[in-house]
Ligand binder design. Structure first.
Ligand SMILES: *[C@@H]1O[C@H](CO)[C@@H](O)[C@H](O)[C@H]1NC(C)=O
Ligand SMILES: *[C@@H]1O[C@H](CO)[C@@H](O)[C@H](O)[C@H]1NC(C)=O
Ligand SMILES: *[C@@H]1O[C@H](CO)[C@@H](O)[C@H](O)[C@H]1NC(C)=O
Ligand SMILES: *[C@@H]1O[C@H](CO)[C@@H](O)[C@H](O)[C@H]1NC(C)=O
Ligand SMILES: *[C@@H]1O[C@H](CO)[C@@H](O)[C@H](O)[C@H]1NC(C)=O
Ligand SMILES: *[C@@H]1O[C@H](CO)[C@@H](O)[C@H](O)[C@H]1NC(C)=O
Ligand SMILES: *[C@@H]1O[C@H](CO)[C@@H](O)[C@H](O)[C@H]1NC(C)=O
Length: 509
């Protein structure tokens, strides 16, 4: 039981995922508490570690602020680009300023205040506080026994991204405390921690939805809202975006209706897995590697490039005894039946908590199987890329149609796709398919995978890397998206068209 819920939290998340999660939660009560606790812990650490003043804007730009502000008052729907054009080109932050909306602590920091009262869901952790340490990275891995580089490795939980992202944002180089100058408004609401609070209880919708509704009201009354009716606002969620799109009001249904509120329709959300709505965007799950120097990344890439890979492939995850006929069940039996496959059972010991254990497996394998779990995506996709292991996908919604900003458009370059039409009839010989790739093809794919590493990691917020990391790419993608909306407004068109609608083709291939 414990191990099953552990794996759920470690390696899975989605609407279906959440349903399964809920079942396992009802059975053992561990999983939910675990997730809640973790989220809370992350939040607390965020609070404790920030020195806000160091992140504020360079006072040299005060003139620019004033100039922009003055002009801005003349335009109702402010056009940041044209304003920016009047800012001297020497300002590298032109068009990239972000304002962090200062929320009352009930929307974020309060969640993590009492992390020590929250248990993690396994016997191994008394509470989730450790996962909130170090900006949400979790505890540092102390003795890596040569498995990894010497520093910058942490026991990072799969659902703490909202805390990690907030901490990175506080250190973003183009922050402004003048919202009228900002190209985007970041809303540091810990949405995943919010819904995590209710995982164990069959609470009514009024209770489950109340904080999200409260936030929507609060935001829409702020001066910043009027600039673009929220279309320059964005949030980040450490849980999958489906969790906030609960359509049915049923006490036993997982999640909230936060993203279905009218205010939410005007805002964007970045999450570890996107839903099929157009204003949800997927960004990578956090991996255990959070370097603070470019050189650490380069050394890691070099190490992983040369690593011996005695196994052809691995499946790392927990069995679902109740789902023997699932794709996962079939993949596990296939793996167990092949002497070229390494199965790492997430239901055993701390196999999938301890980065030393799972990174050792991923870096010893050529291919890493990534079947969907309870939802389309898995944290393990990014851990395996970090280990230079070529991902094998079975569902276009696992990565190809999700991480459009972070992963190459041409999936063939860095991964293998084995389509599944009907799981009941699905019985390909995965081993033979993978053995069919020539040495040359494998090397070319691995080269691409290793090249992706900087793009899928979240660097230490105290550092400034030259390389673009997952945070930088996400921010860039969001700013471009908002800029396009501004252009629509400038053109006199209706910005609501194509903004927050459901796109039923989003995950078709
Ligand atoms: C905004 O930032 C500027 C520059 O750092 C600073 O001088 C000013 O006091 C700040 N204003 C507020 C309201 O925090
Ligand atoms: C890690 O530490 C060991 C022992 O202190 C040292 O020999 C090695 O060079 C270090 N490796 C890296 C990548 O810094
Ligand atoms: C929901 O639960 C709260 C607290 O238990 C209660 O006060 C409220 O009346 C309930 N609302 C509905 C619609 O059942
Ligand atoms: C609510 O969910 C429970 C359990 O899934 C189900 O038995 C019940 O019929 C649902 N009620 C409604 C009104 O959908
Ligand atoms: C969303 O934006 C539209 C303008 O595109 C505006 O009319 C509407 O009031 C906004 N919704 C909210 C809740 O502010
Ligand atoms: C995708 O990449 C593969 C392998 O490099 C290549 O053969 C193929 O032509 C590419 N497809 C497109 C559409 O660029
Ligand atoms: C705005 O109008 C210009 C000129 O008509 C057009 O080229 C551009 O594509 C439009 N932009 C958007 C986002 O609609």
């Amino acid at each position: 039981m414990l191990s099953a819920s552990e794996d759920i939290f470690r390696y899975r998340s989605s609407s279906k995922k959440d349903k399964i999660m809920q079942k396992s939660i009802t059975r053992n009560g561990f999983g939910l508490r675990f997730a809640i606790l973790i989220s809370l812990a992350v939040l607390i650490s965020t609070l404790l570690f920030f020195d806000y003043s160091t992140f504020l804007h360079d006072p040299n730009n005060i003139f620019t602020f004033l100039l922009t502000k003055q002009e801005n008052t003349l335009t109702i729907l402010s056009d940041k680009t044209s304003l920016s054009n009047k800012i001297p080109d020497s300002d590298p932050c032109t068009g990239r300023y972000i304002y962090i909306q200062e929320l009352p602590s009930r929307f974020n920091y309060d969640f993590i205040k009492n992390c020590d009262a929250l248990i993690d869901g396994s016997d191994r952790q008394p509470n989730i506080c450790p996962f909130l340490e170090n900006y949400g990275f979790g505890l540092e891995v102390e003795n890596s026994k040569g498995a990894m580089s010497n520093s910058s490795w942490y026991c990072t939980h799969q659902f703490t991204l909202e805390v990690i992202f907030h901490n990175r944002m506080k250190n973003y180089k183009c922050l402004t405390n003048d919202s009228s100058l900002a190209s985007a408004i970041f809303v540091p609401f810990y949405a995943g921690l919010d819904i995590s609070r209710f995982m164990f209880g069959n609470l009514n919708e009024t209770v489950k939805d109340s904080l999200g509704r409260d936030l929507a009201k609060w935001l829409s009354r702020k001066r910043e809202w009027k600039q673009m009716w929220g279309r320059d606002h964005f949030l980040v969620s450490g849980r999958i975006a489906w969790s906030y799109r609960r359509k049915i009001d049923n006490m036993s249904q997982w999640g909230s209706n936060f993203r279905l509120l009218p205010e939410s329709m005007n805002m964007s959300m970045l999450a570890v897995e996107a839903s099929s709505w157009k204003n949800d965007y997927a960004i990578p799950y956090p991996t255990p590697f959070h370097p603070s120097k470019d050189n650490e990344i380069l050394l890691w890439q070099r190490k992983i490039r040369r690593h011996k890979r005695p196994y052809l492939f691995t499946f790392t995850g927990a069995p679902r005894p109740q789902l023997d006929d699932s794709l996962r069940g079939k993949i596990i039996s296939h793996c167990l039946g092949s002497r070229f496959c390494k199965f790492l059972d997430c239901s055993q010991e701390d196999n999938c908590y301890n980065p030393i254990k799972f990174m050792n497996v991923f870096q010893s394998c050529v291919f890493c199987l990534q079947p969907p779990g309870d939802s389309h995506t898995r944290k393990s996709i990014f851990d395996s890329i970090l280990a230079g292991c070529i991902p094998v996908f079975f569902d276009p919604a696992s990565a190809y149609r999700q991480y459009l900003w972070h992963l190459p458009e041409n999936g063939t370059k860095y991964s293998v796709y084995i389509p599944v039409r009907r799981v009941e009839e699905w019985n390909p010989n995965v081993e033979n398919i993978l053995r069919g790739f020539s040495e040359h093809e494998v090397l070319a794919m691995r080269k691409e995978v290793i090249k992706l590493i900087p793009r899928i990691i979240y660097a230490d917020p105290r550092s400034k890397l030259m390389l673009e990391d997952a945070f930088d790419i996400a921010v860039k993608g969001m700013l471009e998206r908002i800029e396009r909306v501004r252009e629509v407004i400038r053109n006199g068109s209706d910005p609501s068209v194509g903004f927050g609608e459901e796109d039923l083709d989003k995950f078709t291939f």
